[in-house]
Write a protein that binds this ligand. Sequence first.
Ligand code: IDP
Ligand code: MG
Length: 201
Amino acid sequence: MLRRRVFHAALQQLFTGTQETERALPCGLLCALRGGRSLDLHRHKSSLLDVRERTLIAVKPDGVQRRLIGQIIQRFEQRGFKLVGLKMLQATQDVLSEHYCHLRTKPFYGNLLHYMTSGPLVVMVWEGHNVVQTSRTMVGNTNPAEALAGTVRGDFSIHVSRNVVHASDSVEGAQKEIQLWFQTKDLLDWDLWDQTSTDDV
Ligand code: IDP
Ligand code: MG
């Protein structure tokens, strides 16, 4: 009987948190409930924030020519990320010189721009928990000769100058790249039906 009363009081405390119910609960149980409840709220809040992380992924002209668009998209879908923007385009020198401004002084810069303007690209924005870092791991080392099997570059390419795919390398970099390639109106806020399964982790 006493046990049942304590249990009821615990449930009430969990859902309402009144002072009366707090007094009715043994201290240890109250602390456990408080801890659990605040942890859940914290977790829920942080996972909702994390889930908004976005990155820019692009299938480069060699990936498009080799009909790899579908397989690359499939890897990101399969992993659990959400596609919020997608377009196929022929990149201009202007956008590419901004995108690759950190490489302007490199000896391969001219060839890189020539390669990146040699045909259409598929540019995408993917969203999800830790998507920037996870997608870099999925894409693999810049030099495919050093990329692990199982990564996009490790599975589909052999040379650094034809490495099939681009992925932003930091959260800040991703924000800049997304702004460069997309207008805000072209990015969709939509809910995955099964999103709660990742939010609640
Ligand atoms: P990342 O694409 O892995 O982020 P970055 O260093 O940002 O690597 O280089 C951008 C792109 O420039 C590479 O993906 C690759 O296409 C090209 N690149 C980088 N290093 C070389 C090189 O040594 N030779 C030729 N192309 C290169
Ligand atoms: Mg880079």
